[in-house]
Design a protein around this ligand. Structure first.
Ligand code: RIB
Length: 307
């Protein structure tokens, strides 16, 4: 059993501040630090820390951040043979403003991630044939998502797509997706609907199921998560935990969801675990440094077994 993650690397440049500045305003921040992130790298490490065999594919720059990422992936026990280096651009960057309440605002500069081409992707076809699950996000070029969807359909793979950062998806991609994991904002963009209640989210998710997505799992922050397919819906409430930094919470959810499904757990048990993983992630700073391992998750779930 194994998971192929085709995705991004971004070095997060995080400024903690009492609140984000208004346009034209200068304010004094609290602290500044770099943390490794990027939705692809975050989801790969999240899945690995939950015990999955993970292969990561993507592109970093031929620079110190690129080297840092390769070491992080290697030390996490992830297969790094398909991580490429380019001289044409620097490793991607995430510029993050983090407010004291843990909420963030993120601007990514993809850099090397946008050098990853369809030709690079095609070198993965044999690997795609061998893995059980293919997981991706939307931080690589659009044509990568399109081609990957096509390959997953051709080779009948479980294709998990975290549609972030939000952009609309073609009919071809929607039809290929086994599990889509949008948050509320991404669900609104994908459906073109204004959504504000649980009933709305079910309606929006079902619209995507009617377009061909097999299962939609909406991440709802402190409201937990919502599973929807054509026949049923399940809402799991969120854990009440202290929020330090929400960066990477959605990624930890999707990465661990992929790991649980890969290990043979059913979707209900898998989203229950992913919900706990998300709740642990927001209690620490940074993206990759905040991702919990399996033992922490099991201990947390035992302590909070009523949720
Ligand atoms: O989802 C969080 C991630 O989004 C951050 O690590 C940042 O790099 C952006 O990709």
């Amino acid at each position: 059993m194994s998971i192929l993650v085709v995705g991004s690397f971004m070095m997060d440049c995080v400024t903690r501040t009492p609140q984000a500045p208004q346009a034209g305003e200068t304010i004094t921040g609290i602290s500044y630090k770099n943390y490794p992130g990027g939705k692809g790298a975050n989801q790969a490490v999240a899945a690995r820390r939950m015990g999955a065999e993970v292969i990561m594919a993507g592109m970093v720059g031929n620079d110190s951040y690129g080297e840092t990422f390769i070491n992080i992936m290697k030390n996490a026990g992830i297969d790094i043979k398909n991580i490429k280096k380019t001289n044409n651009a620097s490793t991607g960057i995430g510029s993050i403003t983090l407010e004291e309440n843990g909420q963030n605002r993120i601007i990514i500069v993809p850099g090397a991630n946008y050098e990853y081409s369809v030709a690079d992707l095609m070198t993965l076809e044999d690997c795609i044939k061998e893995v059980d699950i293919v997981l991706t996000q939307l931080e690589l070029r659009e044509e990568i998502t399109e081609k990957l969807a096509e390959l997953c359909q051709l080779h009948k793979k479980i294709f998990i797509l975290n549609p972030a950062p939000a952009r609309s998806l073609s009919d071809k991609v929607l039809k290929a997706v086994s599990i889509l994991t949008p948050n509320e904002t991404e669900l609104q963009l994908l459906t073109g609907m204004k959504l504000s209640s649980m009933k709305d989210y079910v309606k929006g998710a079902r619209l995507l199921c009617n377009a061909g997505v097999k299962t939609v799992v909406v991440t709802l922050g402190d409201k937990g998560c919502l599973f929807v397919n054509l026949n049923k819906e399940i809402h799991l409430p969120g854990y009440k935990v202290p929020v330090v930094d929400t960066t990477g919470a959605g990624d930890s959810f999707t990465g661990s969801l992929a790991a649980s499904i890969d290990s043979g757990l059913d979707i209900r048990k898998s989203i229950k675990i992913a919900n706990a993983v998300g709740a642990l992630t927001i209690q620490k700073n940074g993206a990759i440094p905040s991702l919990p391992d399996k033992d922490e998750v099991l201990a947390f779930m035992n302590l909070n077994s009523k949720v």
